[in-house]
Design a protein around this ligand. Structure first.
Ligand code: MN
Length: 228
């Protein structure tokens, strides 16, 4: 039986996400978010691993900040459900892989904060926002830091990724460490001490068809989910 990988249904690039989970040997399970937080625990029991995907900005109140004008499309009902799901899956020691907003909300779930808008808040930042239409193309370099899940899965220490975000990690949550950065110092990868939670700021689901060296990021989640 292939492992069931949960992912909220209202996410960015859902076709690419489900294709990546399928190509990695998992069964994608799309989870609705318009049902209140109650069923989060039941969904956590049902799945073997969780993919936390890209999407809208996380509601700044959830990390103790007032929203800046550049914050777009916050949906607190979605944030509340996804936070409940993350906590329920983590409590069951099931693996979690975060992508873009997924990296950001994992950091918020564990007590960290976000940069609400990189262009207006970070002096000297490179561009992190390519056009959605060319999301399958490489856009900026990242460099891995130290031993990590990413270092074991990817062939090189430095490589190009795509980039479709205007937010990033500000204060890193306790229990997480940085595994990758862009040249401007912004955080592009994180993981937990046991590697059971790992996340990237780029979108490998939009790259793996053309750049297959990114598929192991998904295969690893499926393999961790098989062991549970
Ligand atoms: Mn980036």
């Amino acid at each position: 039986m292939k492992p069931k990988i949960g992912c909220i249904a209202t996410c960015a690039f859902v076709d690419e996400i489900t294709a990546a989970i399928g190509a990695a040997g998992g069964i994608p399970v799309l989870i609705p978010i318009n049902i209140g937080v109650g069923p989060a625990e039941a969904y956590a029991q049902m799945i073997d691993g969780l993919l936390v995907p890209g999407g809208e900005d996380v509601t700044p109140a959830l990390y103790g900040q007032d929203p800046r004008p550049q914050v777009v499309l916050s949906r607190q009902a979605k944030d509340d459900f996804e936070l409940a799901l993350i906590h329920a899956v983590k409590a069951l020691n099931k693996p979690i892989f975060g992508i873009c907003r997924g990296l950001q909300i994992l950091n918020v779930a564990l007590g960290g904060t976000l940069i609400q808008d990189i262009p207006s808040q970070v002096k000297g930042a490179i561009s992190h926002r390519q056009l959605t239409e060319i999301r399958g193309e490489l856009f900026h370099r990242v460099k891995l830091e130290g031993e990590s899940v990413l270092r074991r899965l990817l062939p090189d220490e430095e490589f190009e990724v795509n980039s479709l975000h205007h937010q990033g990690i500000e204060a890193l949550a306790e229990g997480l460490r940085v595994t990758a950065r862009s040249a401007d110092g912004l955080i592009e990868g994180i993981e937990s001490a046991d590697g059971c939670i790992y996340a990237v700021q780029w979108h490998p689901e939009c790259l793996f068809a053309r750049y297959p060296h990114f598929l192991p990021l998904f295969t690893h989640l499926v393999e961790l989910s098989t062991q549970k």
